[in-house]
Design a protein around this ligand. Structure first.
Ligand code: LMR
Length: 395
């Protein structure tokens, strides 16, 4: 009975919500849980550019043999340019394709543990719950830094700086490059500059999770902090995801990047990333990353993809404005304008778990218990229902 000692594992709270929603027989139910983009009909469509790339690839793909341990260089080159622009010389960047952004996060954490067995990882309070879960799974000590001000629903920057000043050389500071998950509250340019000074002063290493590039203020704007940090500190680790901005969730495409200002390190860094892939899953999946590189390397497909992404971004912004206006109208106060200033797929409402439960029980509205809701789960017809539920729940 080798397995008699294994324990039942608590379900991931975001994924558990997907099941609870499916099982709810009510017609008027509203899924604002898991971070998947939905159009105004509630569907998660395949992007036109991705469909076209898929067709193109089906016609020319003539083998399913292995590609390379770190994936196809066309994919890494395309993502490196998308994320880092052209300011950082390629000979400073090591990279490996991974199964989705989560794969890159996991490999990044393992890399830190190999580099420093005593590493501590500082995560924002709150952060994506799976960050903490993976760190615990890997036995990596996790420290939190204050991030969200529950009163203003903005960033509690002063407290963030105080908490991060505890970090030392050998520690890691995990940052969300844009569109903070779960809060939707983000740093401004001056604040990023202060974080860079803090990183350089302490010697701690930044790791940036970039899962929503293009969903906030635009493709370039959303890469601003990542680029600035990677240019300004000795070493940066970046976990980038293609799940959301290319809409290829189930294909699992991501890239782990390790930028070192010392070009003599690149060969070693690259070999380490290849080794990590080999130990964990050998070759990374090819299909999703292939579609991404086809789209990014074809002028027409790329511009079509950019306009599709821009439509998604604008629809999120419009829903934010509509909800904020509706709440202003029915509450007669401006205490909900933070929804319009948040960016990305999520906002944290600042409701208590029992208020969140009331929204689910009485109104069939599903959001994560910390009151994170997926803006893309709304459409212009359902916004008033959410606004009404928010007010009637006592927020
Ligand atoms: C989310 O935060 O909802 C997404 O990143 C999906 C996930 O895997 O949790």
């Amino acid at each position: 009975m080798i397995f008699k000692n294994i324990q039942n594992q608590p379900p991931d709270k975001i994924l558990a919500l997907m099941t609870a929603f499916k099982d709810d027989p009510r017609e008027q139910k509203l899924d604002l849980g898991v971070g998947v983009y939905k159009d105004s009909n509630g569907n998660t469509p395949i992007m036109r550019s991705i469909k076209a790339a898929e067709k193109k690839w089906w016609e020319i793909e003539n083998s399913k043999s292995y590609i390379g341990l770190v994936g196809d260089p066309a994919f890494s080159d395309a993502i490196i340019s998308l994320v880092l622009g052209s300011n950082i010389p390629k000979n400073l960047i090591a990279s490996a394709a991974t199964p989705g952004g989560t794969g890159a996060v996991r490999q990044g954490f393992e890399l830190f543990k190999i580099a420093n067995p005593n590493v501590r990882v500082f995560v924002s309070d709150p952060t994506w719950p799976n960050h903490i879960s993976i760190l615990q799974y890997l036995n990596i000590p996790c420290e939190t830094y204050r991030y969200f001000d529950n009163e203003t629903r903005g960033v509690d920057f002063d407290s963030m700086v105080v908490d991060l000043s505890r970090a030392k050389a050998g520690d890691v500071i995990l940052l969300h490059g844009c569109c903070h998950n779960p809060t939707g509250a983000n740093l401004n340019k001056q604040q990023w500059q202060i974080i860079i000074e803090l990183l350089n002063k302490s010697g701690a290493t930044p790791m940036i999770d970039l899962a929503y590039q293009g969903f906030g203020d635009g493709l370039e704007e959303d890469a601003y902090a990542t680029r600035l940090i990677a240019e300004s500190v000795p070493e940066t680790v970046i976990a980038s995801s293609c799940s959301k901005n290319f809409g290829i969730y189930r294909e699992r495409a991501g890239l782990l990047m390790l930028v070192s200002q010392d070009s003599s390190r690149r060969k070693i860094n690259q070999s380490m990333l290849a080794f990590l892939n080999r130990q964990n899953y050998s070759f990374p999946p090819d299909h999703g990353s292939r579609l991404v590189s086809i789209v990014l390397n074809d002028t027409d497909l790329r511009s079509d993809w950019m306009s599709e992404l821009e439509d998604i971004r604008n629809s999120l912004l419009n829903l934010r404005i509509q909800l904020s206006d509706e709440l202003q109208k029915i509450s007669g106060s401006d205490r909900f304008t933070f929804i319009a200033s948040h960016r990305g797929m999520f906002s944290r409402l600042g409701a208590t778990p029992s208020q969140v439960e009331k929204m689910r029980k009485e109104f069939g509205i599903y959001m994560v218990s910390d009151s994170r809701f997926n803006v893309a789960g709304l459409n212009y017809k359902t916004v008033p229902a959410l606004a009404k539920a928010i007010i009637e729940t006592g927020l």
